[in-house]
Design a protein around this ligand. Structure first.
Ligand SMILES: Cc1cc2nc3c(=O)[nH]c(=O)nc-3n(C[C@H](O)[C@H](O)[C@H](O)COP(=O)(O)OP(=O)(O)OC[C@H]3O[C@@H](n4cnc5c(N)ncnc54)[C@H](O)[C@@H]3O)c2cc1C
Length: 395
């Protein structure tokens, strides 16, 4: 029986675990190591920050849903990987593997900008459940004495969608409360233009996003690099000072320390078209932890987003490749990664499709409509139901 170890219990790790069991059944002993005992539906974190979701609405305990499918769950942090000896190292054990799947997501690199982030700095973030819950408290406090609000993405960011969602949801909610006129809003981004999203834009995303920010009276600053953040003020490298009563910024990402030695200088792991490590052939990597080169050099550095949709596609291909190795069947086709994403905007939403994710593309769509918001709400329910029941084979 092949021993397969997966590190990470989110979009990448959970999907891989269910897929491997579906494809291999008793031919594989699958173990998931995760430092979180829950699966969190991360796309709903902006809604936690706005108060329209509670943690229990968007989380699933990993142990019962994995064990029901015959997967062992270990609630432990992986401290390192000895890839030459094929072992994962934790504080209590050395776990040998025949195959390893790394699905550890990102290290959020707040340390790269002085004053950035909720723990050691002065800005909120909505990238983890704890951060989003904290951001909700800050939002409720801010509503007592509204003032200037700054949001956006610092240099090196690759996950650009959440600050857009946050800005538009805040704008919608302030208008609903009839206090929008008390809140000057600035959207600061390292992108060369709004709607770039780290993928060189999609269809008419530049024009649509410029119109949307203008319509909502949100000032934008593009190709911006943040020098530092001090209490109540964002300081840009070009000398601009922007005051705030509330601020939320996306940080740049790196590979997590336990796996970074297998990756590029930022710790992201190079893989082939089936997500197999460039050097260690029994190591696979899916999701945010893997490396994708940006489509173009931007004046201020930006990275390529790896969305949940992309991560699930990667996990399915990697699982099929491992299964074909074990069974001895022909490997799965190498499918170019495309992306489908729904971005909430409070009172409307945008549907994005880029196929493949980086230009030149066969298909590129950026379309707005309230029904995409309903679709996003429906998808949240559907995905949580699918994961609760281990039905990774469904679309
Ligand atoms: C606010 C926000 C909104 C988003 N909205 C969307 C959206 O609308 N649509 C979309 O498609 N995508 C969206 N994304 C992107 C999506 O969430 C990611 O693509 C997805 O979470 C990536 O999954 P992953 O498994 O690669 O990594 P993650 O989800 O980051 O999971 C990594 C897992 O590894 C665990 N881990 C890390 N290090 C260790 C270790 N050393 N030992 C053990 N366990 C470890 C973590 O606890 C976690 O369980 C959003 C992202 C954010 C932050």
């Amino acid at each position: 029986m092949a021993k397969i170890v997966i590190i990470g219990g989110s979009f990448g790790g959970l999907t891989t675990a269910f897929e491997l069991k579906r494809l291999l059944g008793k031919k594989a002993e699958v173990t998931v190591f995760c430092d979180d005992d829950k699966f969190v539906f991360i796309p709903s974190l902006p809604w936690i920050a706005m108060g329209s979701r509670k943690a229990g609405d968007i989380t699933l305990l990993l142990k019962p849903i994995l064990e029901r499918k015959g997967v062992t769950f270990v609630h432990e942090v992986a401290k390192g990987i000895d890839a030459d000896a094929s072992k994962v190292l934790t504080a209590t054990r050395e776990a040998p593997y025949d195959y390893l799947v790394i699905a550890t997501g990102p290290h959020l690199a707040f340390e790269e900008v002085p004053g950035l982030g909720p723990e050691k700095g002065h800005t909120e973030c909505i990238f983890t459940l704890e951060q989003a819950e904290r951001a909700n408290k800050a939002w409720n406090k801010f509503l007592e004495t509204p003032g200037p609000l700054v949001t956006g993405s610092v240099q090196g960011v690759s996950c650009f969608g959440p600050p857009y969602e946050y800005a538009f949801e805040i704008d919608t909610e302030l208008r609903r409360r009839k206090i929008r006129h008390k809140v000057p809003m600035v959207f600061v981004t390292s992108e060369p233009y709004v709607g770039h999203m780290g993928v060189g834009g999609l269809a008419n995303s530049k024009r649509m996003m410029e119109d949307e920010f203008a319509k909502r009276d949100i000032k934008t600053m593009v190709s911006a690099a943040v020098e530092e953040i001090v209490p109540g003020e964002v300081r840009l490298k070009d000398g601009t000072r922007i005051p705030f009563g509330l601020s939320m910024f996306a940080p740049a990402m790196k590979g997590v320390p336990a796996v970074a030695h297998l990756g590029n200088p930022r710790g992201f792991i190079p893989v082939d078209g089936r997500y197999r490590h460039a050097k260690y052939k029994n190591v696979f990597c899916v999701g945010v932890a893997m490396a994708i080169a940006p489509p173009e050099q931007t004046p201020v550095p930006t990275g390529v987003p790896k969305t949940g949709y992309m991560t699930v596609r990667m996990a399915k291909t990697a699982s099929a490749a491992i299964a074909s190795d074990i069974i001895g069947s022909s490997p799965p086709a190498e499918i170019p990664i495309d992306v489908v994403c729904l971005m909430d905007m409070g009172d409307t939403a945008v549907y994005m499709k880029a196929s493949p994710v980086l230009p030149p593309r066969q298909e590129s769509v950026f379309r707005e409509g309230i029904w995409f918001r309903w679709g996003k709400i429906g998808f949240e329910r559907y995905f949580l139901w699918k994961m609760r029941n281990g039905l990774s084979g469904l679309p």
